[in-house]
Ligand binder design. Structure first.
Ligand code: BGC
Length: 383
């Protein structure tokens, strides 16, 4: 633009009566917010959708039905926000989808218990069996299909919602009345933090986890093969044909389960390996290296196209890495998208599968009158 152009532009602006340019207007970052709206009804009761937004514009939406994580909108490298978890536009989708546990809190025992049987304090308990001969994710009606009681809060760490569910003594065969509280907080550092608290009036077992399905590309139709995984685990727990751990803590060395350096998922979940054959892909518990009990980063996932990165931190000893092997395109999710096999992956931080029947696995017992807590965080950035 030459000098004449600049003058012409100035004259034009004055002629149109435009206000003089504002000087020094400070742009405030948006305030974190927590909004809620009706999300449909379940058994005649209204489910609510809570949307947490942080000062960077990232959002996470959760509902009291199943204490479910419905959506996470995180920015890609161009600053575009897209959903990185599978879900539905309304509650009906979550109610109808029996089996995949999209975004739910699974419990009382997330993962499998062999033959739905375990012995505690000399008494053998018989649980509902809903996965062949085994018990999976809490039984016929697990925590994912319950309406939890919600309370909202604002903390310096960000907007938060706590869900509480009281599971009665004998529910699905479990001993003791177990009170579970799950708090979702969206922090200014783009971490969705999930804090768990469990207490019981009798000794019991519990293994609550979140069952979100992630696809960091923002487009589930792309599948997950190009995601790169780094998992800080030297060992994993091989399984039998029913996906019950054999009890061995096997080295990942020389197997498709070695993600100690970042590896593309595609070749790993399609590898020729007897364990991959059993799982129909990866569906295995990884034994996390560093000591459980403190929050430490355990998994880093990168999706090269979008540039999104997700870091998973947990206080738990294990993580179930599941590559969406049983999705088959029959479920139509958000915006009508058909969720095909391996459209997304889950990272379920946990005690090990079948811990109650494996003396060498970390205990899943909740002692009467004692509080057990754990924490997992999913943090996002783009590069
Ligand atoms: C299990 C899979 C199961 C999936 C959905 C995962 O936690 O490991 O075997 O198919 O949940 O139920």
């Amino acid at each position: 633009m030459n000098r004449n152009h600049v003058c012409a532009l100035a004259l034009l602006t004055m002629a149109c009566g435009a206000p003089p340019p504002t000087v020094d207007k400070k742009i405030e970052p948006p305030k974190p917010t927590l909004t809620k709206r009706a999300f449909g009804s379940v058994d005649g009761q209204t489910a609510t959708l809570y949307t947490l937004t942080n000062s960077r514009g990232m959002t996470a939406a959760v509902t009291d039905y199943g204490a479910t994580l419905v959506s996470i909108r995180a920015a890609n490298k161009a600053g575009q926000f897209e959903d990185v978890v599978l879900g539905f536009d309304n509650i009906e989708g979550f109610v109808k989808a029996v089996g995949p546990y999209f975004g739910s809190i699974v419990g009382r025992y997330g993962n499998r218990i062999a033959k739905g049987r375990f012995t505690l304090n000399g008494v053998t308990h018989k649980l509902a069996t809903n996965n062949g001969a085994n018990h999976l994710h809490g039984g016929l009606k697990g925590f994912d299909k319950m309406l939890w009681k919600a309370s909202e809060s604002e903390s310096p760490d960000g907007p938060a919602v706590t869900f509480e569910y009281v599971s009665k003594d004998g529910e699905e065969g479990y001993p003791g009345t177990l009170t579970s509280r799950v708090t979702y907080t969206l922090t200014p550092m783009n971490a969705l933090r999930i804090q768990y608290e469990m207490s019981s009036d009798k000794d019991t077992i519990a293994n609550l986890t979140n069952h979100a399905y992630f696809n960091l590309s923002g487009d589930p139709a792309r599948g997950v093969q190009d995601h790169e995984f780094e998992i800080r685990a030297d060992r994993y727990t091989p399984v039998d044909a029913g996906l019950i751990p054999t009890g061995e803590l096997a080295s990942v060395e020389g197997t498709p389960f070695d993600f100690r350096k970042p590896e593309r998922l595609g070749p790993r979940m399609n590898a020729q390996h007897p364990q991959i054959k059993i799982g129909n892909g990866i569906d295995h518990n990884f034994v996390l290296n560093s000591e459980a009990g403190t929050l430490r980063p355990v998994v880093i996932v990168r999706e090269p196209r979008s540039g999104r990165v997700m870091e998973v931190s947990t206080t738990e000893p294990g993580v179930q890495f599941y590559t969406g092997n049983f999705l088959d395109g029959t479920i139509k999710g958000r915006g009508g998208a058909a969720y095909q096999q391996r459209a997304a992956f889950c990272l379920e931080t946990q005690r090990f599968p079948d811990s109650p029947n494996q003396a060498k696995f970390p205990s899943a017992v909740v002692k009467a009158g004692e509080k057990r807590t754990s924490e997992t965080a999913f943090k996002f950035w783009a590069e």
